[in-house]
Design a protein around this ligand. Structure first.
Ligand code: PGA
Length: 298
């Protein structure tokens, strides 16, 4: 049977999503490319692996058997990769890190320190939001994630390394900035807030905060990056709710101000996270130790 690993990878994604379209999205392929890989796999096995009932697709018996073996093969390959990484040791390994977009500002500086100490390590860094990070951890696409507290019940090891204070920002000329006294939440409620997209940890924290105090800001504009939020606040579109770690430059240049508002700062924490059963390579172990040792101090 002539089967390629790529075909198995595509097959696994289609089987997991029960959808060619969603598998294509995940693998950054076109739908015809996915169909072609599945056709070739079916030709190689000599049996249909999927059947279409109405609009949905299902695994056939042969498909289920194939799924069992393709998972085992993927697992074995991954173990081989980890064992080889281990042999390369801390000076030669490949390290896959994913960081929440809010942590990025801080994480790149941390990474520069790590790379100075371990110049031989090849690093891939992915910057994304909380929801995507959780998916990457589940599907083992990353070795280590730096992010806000992961949800209960996920099989991960999560160790805190730094406080992440969340604040409300305004342009320097805003009427609430000139206030001497703490701004009450009833005043904030009347303001337009520029907020992060669904799936962002910052957004989740903001919603919890507003729900705890029973307030609903009158209007909201949604943007999917910290940079875009800061620029919009600077331009006078509304107030922002962001991590203080994203603000260093703007505060220094006086382009944005932090509001002294009731209940703020909201203190969250950042965690260094990996899957429980993950066999961390020497490079990943060294990186985790580096974050825990140096992370809180920078
Ligand atoms: P995010 O990151 O808002 O970019 O998702 C913050 C977090 O996970 O705490």
């Amino acid at each position: 049977m002539h089967v390629t690993f790529r075909q198995l990878k595509v097959f696994e994604a289609v089987a997991r999503h029960s959808s060619f379209t969603r598998a294509a999205d995940e693998l950054h392929l076109t739908q015809p490319a996915v169909s072609m890989q599945i056709k070739q796999l079916e030709a190689a096995t000599g049996l249909p692996l999927f059947e279409q009932v109405g609009k949905r697709i299902f695994l056939t018996d042969a498909g289920r058997t194939m799924q069992h073996y393709s998972r085992a093969i993927a697992q074995q390959l991954e173990e081989a990769e980890q064992a080889l990484e281990e042999l390369k040791g801390v000076q030669g390994g490949h390290l896959r890190i994913s960081v929440a977009s809010t942590v990025n500002y801080y994480a790149t500086r941390l990474l520069a320190g790590f790379c100075r100490e371990h110049p031989g390590v090849r690093v891939s860094l992915d910057v994304t939001n909380r929801e995507t990070l959780l998916r990457q951890l589940k599907s083992n696409e990353t070795d280590i994630a730096l992010m806000g507290q992961p949800p209960e019940g996920l099989d991960v090891v999560a160790e805190p390394f730094k406080d992440n204070p969340l604040v409300v920002i305004a342009p320097p000329g805003h009427r609430l900035v000139r206030r001497r006294k703490t701004v009450p939440l009833s005043e904030l409620e009347r303001e337009t807030f520029i907020i992060r997209e669904e799936g962002s940890g910052t957004r989740l924290a903001m919603e919890r905060f507003f729900a705890d105090y029973g307030i609903t800001p009158s209007s909201r504009i949604e943007l999917n990056s910290n940079e875009a939020i800061k620029q919009s606040v600077e331009a006078g579109l509304g107030l922002g709710f962001v991590s203080v770690h994203t603000l260093e430059l703007e505060l220094e240049l006086g382009r944005l101000k932090i509001l002294g508002a009731e209940g703020f700062p909201v203190i969250r924490r950042w965690y260094v996270v990996h899957r429980c059963g993950k066999r961390l390579s020497a490079a990943a172990r060294a990186y985790k130790a580096f974050v825990l040792e140096k992370g809180g101090m920078q």
